[in-house]
Design a protein around this ligand. Structure first.
Ligand code: ATR
Length: 266
């Protein structure tokens, strides 16, 4: 039996176990996906221990994504983003990936939204914002980053290269944009939106990284404005799909994984 899992603290309500186990069931893979919650200072021992015990793969979440970067061989994208969310133990040395970026691009691809040459606005410049900004820039978008703390947006734009940045007062740029991604926590378990509804329009495709609730206020107002909407469960799904494919080398059973996820989200 193969063992996969998620390392984080806390990991209590993670949707990754049912999502990945649905994939193993669909493809007849003898595997389990379990959650691990090491003490914050024990992450180095946890990664070494997983390697020694023959764990096949781990996902990594808050607060360990940055620290794991130094504990594994990161691929170039994970190194640029500065965070690892997926570790593959099958090689000589543990290898680190960032599948959050693929979660973004595959969500747009799944909804037939082209990214190459498009104008994109990213709201947020934290951990999620970094993965989103690199993903969109690498897909050929012209990226603008708007963040409550404008300096953090400027730093991220510098790291990405060729992106512009500003405070939330620059969200007017959404009026002329093709793509908008919310990478802040605004709207999580609250009926708030980080983007004024007046700037939303029908030619826009909006992805909200928040998936609880699935229909955030931003997505509701975007739909009312006639925009294409993509909820955060797609991003969660496709980062998992990408991790599954890295670990197994097989095409993921996307519908089975999506079904397991949606069944657990309201
Ligand atoms: P994550 O890893 O989920 O991105 P994070 O690194 O703490 O979490 O980043 C949270 C993001 O949400 C940041 O962009 C943050 O803005 P600041 O950099 O100014 O802190 C943004 N954010 C959180 N609460 C916000 C609020 N009430 N209004 C606007 N932006 C907010």
């Amino acid at each position: 039996m193969q063992v996969f899992g998620l390392v984080g603290n806390p990991v209590g309500h993670s949707l990754s176990p049912p999502m990945h186990e649905a994939a193993y069931d669909a493809l007849g893979i003898d595997a389990r996906y379990v959650t691990f919650e090491p003490a914050v200072d024990d992450i180095g021992r946890a990664i070494d221990g997983a390697d020694a015990l023959g764990v096949t793969g781990l996902n990594v979440t808050i607060p360990f994504k940055q620290r794991v970067l130094d504990l594994v061989d990161p691929d170039p994208l994970a190194a640029r983003i500065g965070a690892v969310n997926t570790v593959d133990f099958t090689g000589e040395r543990p290898r680190g990936y960032n599948t959050d970026a693929a979660g973004v691009t595959r969500s747009f691809a799944h909804h037939d939204v082209p990214l190459d040459g498009r104008d994109a606005v990213v709201v947020g410049a934290g951990g999620a914002g970094r993965a989103v900004a690199f993903a969109l820039a690498d897909s050929g978008c012209d990226v603008h980053i708007a963040n409550r703390t404008a300096e953090k947006a400027a730093e991220l734009a510098d790291a990405v290269g060729g992106a512009s940045a500003g405070g939330l007062d620059t969200l007017d740029r959404v009026r002329d944009a093709d793509v908008l991604v919310n990478a802040t926590s605004v709207g999580m378990e609250s009926d708030e939106s980080p983007v004024p509804r007046e700037v939303l329009h029908p030619a826009l495709a909006v992805l909200d990284a928040v998936y609880s609730p699935v229909e955030t206020r931003l997505l509701r107002e975007a739909a009312e404005a006639g925009a294409t909407t993509i909820d955060g469960a797609w991003m969660l799904l496709f980062q998992g799909v990408e991790a599954f494919e890295r670990w197994t080398g097989e095409d993921a059973p996307v519908d089975a994984m999506n079904g397991a996820l949606r069944a657990r989200l309201s």
